[in-house]
Write a protein that binds this ligand. Structure first.
Ligand code: NAI
Length: 328
């Protein structure tokens, strides 16, 4: 079986090459994104393997179909980047990795909270410069703090359990509440109620028509002054210009992001020698109470291993004419 990888980084190649010893597939790796223009690279292959910022819109899927591709392997959980109706129309099967290390993503969200709250980046820079002043480094106790969790699927559940461990009062909103979390003490409330009660809000719901720009002016106005907002899910859950307005007034106290709506042009690449063209992102970087990582919440040893194993197993099953069970 011949699989062409797009948006492939060194860590993808190493991880997949290692796991492929059990499968013996022919793997070809390309750094370029998959789009309608690059789809012909895969001509003659059995499948393409893509990541979060490869846009599988109608044009791209049509180009894949024209080049004989009938299987798309997503090496990620989210599939908002896929036009599933077009894939179905073209007879292209799309399979994903529904869960690979939810705890790792949840832990990264907690890392952002701790770093923002206790101003760890600033503190580290000061100490390196022999500035041991504590002015401006005051944080607050997480113990007893109200935390709001938007989406309590695999990652949101792991996040709830960690925050309960800190002694937080955990509120959640999810159209499908989780009884096991309720038993642990998580309190399910409406979406608006969650915005009003939580001092820290963490987003763990998928991106959909219902959740796009979920965090807009209206939602931000419901939140208490000084609220901390964390997004490790998908950038477009947040209306970034609205968030910037609320950062400027001081109403939004802290912002921790691992994802950004326009990240496809920035993240996963070394852009350090280029002039930043995205003025919205540039503005975000100016705030002392904003901490951004470049979509790395998934990046743990365990996750890479699980992604590789599930992706190649999906490929094997589908290539044998079976339904791998992870189709989108
Ligand atoms: P999941 O499918 O297990 O859970 C999603 C939950 O969101 C479900 O319980 C669902 O009922 C709920 N939900 C659906 N619509 C909602 C709405 N309108 N409001 C509130 N909740 C809603 O997904 P999982 O594995 O927990 O992943 C969550 C998201 O995290 C993914 O969609 C993906 O975008 C993102 N992600 C980010 C990563 C990163 O590296 N930053 C890595 C992996 C996933």
């Amino acid at each position: 079986m011949d699989i062409v990888f797009f948006s492939a980084k060194k860590y993808d190649q190493e991880s997949f090459a290692h796991i492929n010893r059990q499968y013996g597939f022919a793997l070809r790796f390309f750094e370029t994104h998959l789009c309608a223009d690059t789809a012909p690279i895969a001509a003659g292959a059995d499948a393409v393997c893509i990541f979060v910022n490869d846009q599988l819109d109608d044009a791209c899927l049509t180009a894949l179909a024209t080049n004989g591709i009938r299987l798309v392997l997503l090496r990620c959980a989210g599939f908002n980047q896929v036009d599933t109706a077009a894939a179905q129309r073209l007879g292209i099967i799309v399979a994903r990795v529904p869960a690979y290390a939810p705890e790792g993503v949840a832990e990264h969200a907690v890392g952002l909270i701790l770093a923002l709250n206790r101003k760890l980046c600033k503190a580290h820079s000061r100490v390196r410069e022999a500035n041991f002043s504590l002015d401006g480094l005051q944080g607050f106790n997480l113990h007893g703090c109200t935390v709001g969790v938007m989406g309590t699927g695999k990652i949101g559940s792991a996040f709830c359990r960690i925050m309960l461990g800190f002694g937080c009062e955990v509120y959640a909103y999810d159209p499908v509440p989780n009884d096991a979390l309720k038993a642990l003490g998580v309190i399910y409330v409406t979406r608006d109620k969650l915005f009003t009660v939580a001092r820290i809000i963490s987003l763990h719901c998928p991106l959909s028509a219902d959740t796009q720009h979920l965090i807009n002016h209206e939602a931000l106005n419901l939140m208490p002054p000084g609220v901390m907002l964390i997004n490790t899910s998908r950038g477009a859950l947040i209306d970034t210009p609205a968030v910037i307005q609320h950062l400027k007034t001081g109403h939004l106290g802290y912002l921790g992001l691992d994802v950004y709506e326009e990240e496809a042009h920035l993240f996963f690449n070394d852009e350090s020698e280029h002039i930043l063209q995205d003025d919205v992102f540039a503005r975000l970087l100016t705030f002392p109470n904003v901490l951004i990582t470049g979509h790395q919440a998934f990046l743990t040893q365990e996750a890479l291993h699980n992604i590789g194993e599930t992706t190649l197993e999906n490929a094997k099953q589908e290539h044998s004419g079976l339904n791998c069970g992870n189709r989108v």
